[in-house]
Design a protein around this ligand. Structure first.
Ligand code: NAD
Length: 366
């Protein structure tokens, strides 16, 4: 395993994205999002995505520097089109517009369609909670072959459709952020397991012939395997609503096969932003959240080393640990990242700087 401090990964990632055609400003926003995903423990949505992004730019399924197009503005209802640009930048811009509008209207439905991969959806929940807003985000994934089987099915028909639900922090409780794929696991986590030579948990995968397996390679084989839905029919039902809210209400389209599939990754997102101060008194809300969280945490832990947490805390703990001891990048992911850099045309000096970082044998203290 290689350990990098965040600046090393930021510098290299920014250089690759800029070499692949992004302005310096876009490359910086996307690289920060990716490294932040690594810091929060979501390596599946971190710098390991860059090789796919470089391939998609070359294939024309990802358009660097695409403008955020406003499709409609009806006061509390906004719709944007990302024109296949980097989702990390476009969703950030669209959420900023929705936050500004929510200050006027108290409630906003923001539809954002046709972005390339938006990455870690929790990032947009954090953008809302930082502004003091509650938010709900439903995302579908199209343009890509399906990777998740519907409940009772053994072949993939839709994707890992993430949701994010976010509540602002109080004086004593950090922002509560439930941010998750609606499949047993995110596809990127299967890629990470494959790169590390690990098996997946039983009950997570079917191979391309509909047989249960723990081998992550089935998701990158022909015929492709399938991930099972989270929580059987309940996760399947939530994933279906990601298709309906993000796919239908934004106008972007669902994963049904009548829609074009170019082989990239396109996310559509339906977001609901709520200003809680229009509903309840601030101090009462904060006291109520603190009391609820304290009540949940008072449940004795089965293992004292693993206390009760609330959603969002694992990411805060991971960030703290990785800021201190470095971001782990396995050898395969590092090699893929360096290859992507070479393909995009980064300078040999930049690749050498990343290799130097990887030659450290112990975790750095950042
Ligand atoms: P995960 O299973 O690691 O975490 C899911 C949620 O559970 C998080 O909110 C986390 O805080 C919470 N959690 C974890 N352990 C907990 C505990 N002990 N107690 C209480 N809460 C706990 O996440 P995932 O489902 O693997 O998703 C990973 C990332 O992938 C997310 O950021 C998601 O947005 C992203 N994703 C993106 C796409 C896309 O197309 N853009 C698709 C799928 C997933």
């Amino acid at each position: 395993m290689n350990y990098f401090d965040m600046q090393e990964l930021l510098d290299f990632s920014t250089a690759v994205l800029a070499a692949a055609g992004s302005t310096a400003a876009e490359a910086t926003v996307v690289a920060r999002h990716l490294v932040e995903a690594n810091l929060t423990g979501h390596d599946s949505h971190g710098v390991g995505m860059i090789p796919a992004y470089v391939r998609h730019v070359r294939a024309g399924t990802l358009q660097p520097n695409a403008a955020l197009e406003q499709v409609q503005d009806q006061g509390a209802i906004l719709t944007f089109d990302g024109q296949r640009g980097y989702g990390q930048r476009l969703a950030r811009e669209a959420i900023a517009a929705a936050v500004a509008r929510c200050r006027e209207t108290g409630l906003v439905f923001m539809g954002l369609r046709n972005c390339h991969h938006m990455g870690r959806i929790g990032s947009y929940g954090e953008q809302c909670t930082a502004a003091g807003l509650v938010s709900l985000h439903f995302v579908n994934v199209v343009d890509h072959r399906p990777v998740v089987a519907p409940f009772r099915g053994t072949a993939a028909r839709y994707s890992t459709n993430p949701i994010c639900l976010a509540m602002p922090a109080t004086a004593n409780t950090g922002a509560i952020l439930l941010d998750m794929a609606t499949s047993q696991t995110a596809l990127g986590k299967v890629r990470v397991a494959l790169n590390k030579g690990e098996q997946m948990a039983a009950g997570t995968l079917y191979d391309g012939f509909g047989k249960p397996t723990t081998d992550p390679a089935v998701m990158f084989a022909e015929p492709c395997g399938a991930i099972t839905p989270l929580g059987a029919y309940k996760g399947y039902g939530i994933a279906l609503f990601c298709e309906l809210l993000a796919g239908v209400l934004t106008g972007g389209g669902t994963i049904q096969p009548g829609n074009p599939q170019l082989g990239g990754i396109v996310n559509h997102m339906a977001s609901l932003l709520i200003d809680p101060q229009r509903l309840v008194e601030r101090q009462w809300m904060q006291d109520e959240i603190d009391a609820l969280v304290a009540h949940l945490k008072s449940s004795p832990a089965e293992d004292p080393a693993r206390p009760v947490l609330v959603a969002g805390e694992p990411e805060v703990l991971s960030r703290r640990e990785r800021m201190r001891s470095g971001i782990p990048v396995d050898d395969t992911t590092l090699a893929q990242l360096l290859d992507a850099g070479e393909m995009a045309g980064v300078s040999p000096a930049q690749a050498e700087a990343l290799r130097r970082g990887s030659s450290r044998s112990a975790k750095p203290v950042c």
